[in-house]
Design a protein around this ligand. Sequence first.
Ligand SMILES: *Cc1c(COP(=O)(O)O)cnc(C)c1O
Length: 379
Amino acid sequence: MLTDPQAYPSGLAWCCESPWKFMSLFRPNVDRIAGYVPGEQPQTGGWIKLNTNENPYPPSPRVAEAIREASQRLNVYPDPVATRLRRIAADLFGVDADWILPGNGSDEVLTILMRTFVDPRESIAFPYPSYVLYETLAALQGAISRRLPLHRDWSFDLKAAEATVAKAKIVFVPNPNSPSGNLWSSDVLKACVPPRGVLVLDGAYADFASGSTGSELLQSEIGERIVLTRTLSKSYSLAGLRFGFAVAHPDLIAGMRKVKDSYNCDSLSIAAACAALADREWLRQNTSKILATRTRLATALAGLGFEVVPSEANFVWATRRSGGHRDLYEGLKRQQILIRYMRFAGAANFSEDVYDGLRITVGTDAEIDRLLDVMKTLV
Ligand SMILES: *Cc1c(COP(=O)(O)O)cnc(C)c1O
């Protein structure tokens, strides 16, 4: 009966082959959102990819070895709480293993946080412009998103933020921030701790930062309201693996563990993550290469007339007064160079309506040379 168009008003049957599709089966929250759109991942060769902050260097060779070994035991379920991984990660942060919760990428950790702490109609907050995913996750949960205004130099407008922070169940702060790459001090972060909620310090780029990213707040008097997140996607060159984790007081982790899927991380990724986290020398060498290239990229872009925010991450945010950012992005794309064109509507203090610019990932020296050569022909 349901599939019979005759059962529906004739106008509907006439205008559409499948009239029953007019009645959405989705939750209103799902209907309302556009869905998060990640950066382009071309599936053909020949591209220089500087658009999703991946690491241009390969992961530690110990990773492949660990995966090969773990593949001998795929007939059994993984360790649901990733005991060995938690011990290794805990050592890096000077905490016990019950302070760690692994996830299928740190994006999954963000989803777990949202589902653990935020009820529909409660609110979350985050600086704006920053990571767009927080808003999408909140919408899916039926929660309210509020933006914390920044000054034009990317410092927090703490006075304007106060009332919003006070109402939030979670405040998300990427530190270093994306797309700007700037780092906020621990004093500023303290002012972002909601009185009846938690502050999530999204440390996706923490390994590239020269100063503190706020992890010492875990051990402070507000430590029970702090959650750090980390990913292996950027600094550890493992974006294809999907592994991240949260570091927080065991009471918070215990609640999050109830929400996560029993086997949210597979045996191969757990084994690989253990190997990657243990190879500190590999991390150090790759990171220092990226930082050297970052300096070169920022200097060259400034020479081409861009304003470049001093970056503490593996990308730079470049804008120019004359605008035309989208055209530059398109011009590079025609030469098979992908960077990220980003636009932010309603960014207080930044512009009246739309603020936009270019986020460029730090690639290898050769990739950055090529980018700069083409950019010179476009500016
Ligand atoms: C890349 C990124 C993440 C996601 O990392 P995954 O572990 O790959 O899911 C989280 N937060 C920010 C700010 C990021 O840029």
